[in-house]
Design a protein around this ligand. Structure first.
Ligand code: HAM
Length: 458
């Protein structure tokens, strides 16, 4: 077929070729758009999705034990919420937000993180009127226009916790402990907890001046991003990953020597609690985190095995955020961990999470007359919590047996027209090949007995 763009009027052969190339490109992109998810996003399918479910169950168990309740906030919020809380000068707000105008001219943003949303919800739902502190957790997708690579996506999932309403340093220790406990429970051992205190706005302002004075003499060695940070937010230079910037940051004055007495005592208490809980940590004076709302304690949990995207979990205190969003001065602390990165670390550590579960029973129903009683029998099995399925494509017995084998069915129940007339079925144990004929009405009971009395019925 002649591409429509090439029809009509005489064209010089060179132009004709170019038009054809453009046409091909448009067609190719159209095909890709219809069959490819947007860059930085992906589908999570079985058997991977079962690992996600397992992980989410574990997370919920831990949150339950530590007395957190779940919060589900909207996927999008008013853009200003993130500008005000995460901070105008951060990479997230300057470069990474998915922002759009809706049909009512509101400026909205797909949430790049959920701390701001949780604080907004705390205020909107008057959670401050409930017994304090309020302990919340969330699991859900976040969106950042980041450069995709292993462990970095544009739609990624976070599990996070937030404790709002207490400034007690034991809360800081407990928040870190929950993450460490979860990782240990999953079998992840080679993780490092990096800890720092970035003080309160008062001690930080004295430090910022000192740091700026130091950086001024090294501006030529900094990357263009850090030269801009020098002006807007010099602390961020400390956690730039570029080698030259790291060298400059390594010689910078340390924030810890500028902490006021209250911040120093708070940080010392956090460390004491962590030690009493046997949580190993490393002090990292260059850890400042990439979001503006932090005060005092900040931490990251990193896996060396993950290379460039080493941080699995990051968090800290945000004692000024509730007030920044219009509430009374109220302290808060939390963390978020990236589910994809956690799964990657588990994978690299050779830790296999339980995947897809096999079928308990495959029902091979042969012939049109047996389909209705077969559906009924399946329904009864499922009522007894058996994981059961049948053929829906009218396959031959041989093909159905092959299918059952692929689905790792423990038992195949065969029901043909002749069996149905006698009200009997054949039960075959797939592992041994042993078969027995049993009355149709007792089939479910007999399978349950063979399986040890109960189906686990998850
Ligand atoms: P964050 O450090 O920006 O902190 O993100 C937390 C975690 O989310 C990271 O350690 C990483 O595992 C994961 N993550 C971030 N960006 C991506 C990405 N593009 N692809 C895959 N994973 C990613 C926060 O979001 C704060 N809200 C944490 C917090 C809660 N602080 C206090 N409370």
């Amino acid at each position: 077929m002649v591409p429509p763009a090439l029809l009509g009027g005489y064209l010089h052969p060179g132009h004709r070729r170019r038009r054809y190339r453009n046409y091909r490109q448009v067609v190719k992109e159209e095909v890709n758009v219809l069959t490819t998810a947007p860059r930085g996003t992906r589908d999570i399918l079985s058997p991977e999705v079962e690992k996600w479910q397992y992980l989410e169950d574990k997370i919920r168990q831990h949150c339950h034990r530590y007395a957190y309740s779940e919060i589900r906030t909207p996927i999008f919020e008013h853009t200003e919420l993130f500008q005000r809380s995460v901070g105008e000068t951060t990479d997230i707000v300057q470069k990474e937000m998915y922002t759009f105008q809706d049909r009512g001219d509101r400026l909205l943003t797909l949430r790049p993180e959920a701390t701001a949303s949780t604080v907004r919800a705390y205020l909107e739902n008057r959670l401050y009127a409930q017994p304090q502190p309020v302990k919340l957790y969330y699991i859900g997708p976040m969106f950042r226009y980041d450069r995709p690579q292993a462990g970095r996506y544009r739609q990624f999932y976070q599990f996070g916790i937030e404790v709002i309403g207490s400034q007690d340093p034991s809360v800081d220790a407990e928040v870190i402990l929950l993450a460490v406990h979860l990782f240990a429970d999953l079998g992840l051992r080679d993780l490092e907890v990096h800890l720092n205190s970035i003080g309160c706005p008062q001690c930080r302002s004295a430090y910022r001046q000192e740091l700026r004075a130091y950086l001024k003499g090294h501006l030529g060695k900094l990357c263009p991003d850090c030269r801009a940070r020098y002006e807007q937010n010099p602390l961020r230079v400390l956690d730039c990953k570029k080698e030259h910037c790291r060298q400059v940051a390594g010689q910078a004055p340390e924030l810890s020597s500028y902490l006021c007495q209250e911040c120093r005592e708070h940080f010392a208490a956090v460390q004491e609690y962590l030690e009493s809980l046997d949580v190993k940590y490393q002090l990292n004076p260059n850890l400042v985190r990439g979001l503006d709302y932090y005060t005092k304690t900040v931490f990251e949990i990193v896996s060396r095995e993950l290379g460039a995207q080493a941080a699995i979990c990051g968090g800290g205190r945000y004692d000024g955020l509730v007030e920044e969003c219009g509430g009374q001065p109220t302290p808060g602390i939390g963390f978020a961990l990236g589910i994809e990165r956690l799964l990657l670390a588990l994978d690299k550590g050779g830790i296999e999470l339980p995947g897809r579960e096999p079928l308990d029973v495959f029902l091979a129903a042969l012939g049109s007359k047996v389909q209705a009683p077969a559906l009924k029998l399946l329904y009864q099995m499922r009522q007894h919590k058996l994981r059961a399925d049948k053929d829906y494509l009218g396959r031959s017995l041989k093909a159905q047996m092959k299918y059952a084998d692929k689905k790792e069915a423990r038992y195949v129940v065969i029901l043909g027209e002749e069996e149905l007339e006698r009200r009997m079925v054949l039960i075959r144990e797939m592992a041994t090949g042993k078969q027995e004929e049993v009355p149709l009405e007792q089939a479910v009971e007999i399978i349950l007995e063979k399986m040890g009395g109960v189906a686990d019925g998850k």
